[in-house]
Design a protein around this ligand. Structure first.
Ligand code: KIV
Length: 282
């Protein structure tokens, strides 16, 4: 296709996304595309490609910081990555995760941490994991004008209590509990709810019952939007594919080949060639 006939990279994406835009998208049946980013270049790419919501997930702990889970991630690490992402974007909605122990212990400290993600990090909203136990915290965040995303189902900060990264809400009782918690979160004032690793029919029911949008990850096709971890969908992660992740690229294999080729060419002297070298002035 000739260049001028190409649609703009953001075709289909909504411009200047706010929390009200998300409600509007749900009402109009326009699906929300959300993706994680942890740095400036990925934020640039995500925006250019048309992502509506960029999440600086605490998955940064595993994808970029080499931790085994999200639990060690600190508020300062979240701020560092949120600031970098913010510099790479101007159109999408920026959501930053509240990391483990930054909101569970002391309400005043929780409110300050949430406010810092907006004031210093430049986020437009924060995300917290859990149901009933975070409802009061969410209401406090709203008092200082911090919009909040909820997160139910497989909540990675609770991995030790859940006994692993497992699908949640499979039994009728467990499904009912997640549905109730989704309504509690909505009642507390969240602007969206992430549903992670729950059966598709449960996500469908929650999506139908809530006024605010649901964003699914491993939650089937009926949510109002979808989110993936960018490293997973780009094929950068070392871990084998998870059922719910679609790999749209294989950047790890491509990077390994490129770096391997570079090492070989340095060793056999074929890099740098004359085209990569400077000559003196004559
Ligand atoms: O931290 C993260 O990347 C997340 C997504 C999986 C929703 O919370």
């Amino acid at each position: 296709m000739a260049d001028k006939m190409k649609p703009p990279a953001y075709a289909g994406a909504v411009k200047n996304v706010t929390v009200s835009t998300l409600l509007d998208m749900k009402r109009k049946g326009v699906k929300i595309a959300m993706l994680t980013a942890y740095d400036f270049p990925t934020a640039r790419l995500a925006e250019e490609a048309g992502v509506d919501v960029i999440l600086v997930g605490d998955s940064v702990g595993m994808t970029k910081l080499g931790y085994e889970s999200t639990l060690p991630v600190t508020i300062d690490e979240m701020l560092h990555h949120t600031k970098a992402v913010k510099r790479g974007m101007s159109r999408a909605l920026l959501v930053a995760d509240m990391p483990y122990l930054s909101y569970e212990i002391d309400l005043k400290e929780a409110v300050r941490n949430a406010g810092r993600l907006l004031k210093e990090g430049g986020a437009h909203a924060v995300k917290v994991e859990g149901g009933m136990e975070v409802a009061a915290t969410i209401k406090e965040f709203l008092k200082i004008n911090v919009p909040v995303f909820g997160h139910l189902g497989l909540t990675p900060q609770a991995v030790n209590r859940l006994g692993g990264y497992k699908v949640q809400g499979r039994s009728p009782e467990a499904a009912e509990k997640i549905l109730t918690e989704a309504r509690i979160l909505e009642g507390a004032g969240v602007c969206a709810v992430v549903l992670e690793c729950v059966p598709a029919d449960l996500a469908k029911e929650i999506t139908k019952r809530l006024q605010v949008p649901t964003i699914g990850i491993g939650a089937g096709p009926h949510c109002d939007g979808q989110v993936l971890v960018s490293d997973d969908m780009l094929g950068l992660s070392e871990a084998g594919p998870t059922k719910f992740v679609k790999r749209y690229a294989d950047l790890r294999a491509q990077s390994l080949k490129a770096i391997g080729d570079y090492c070989r060419e340095v060793r056999d002297g074929s890099f740098p060639g004359p085209e990569h070298s400077f000559t003196s002035q004559k």
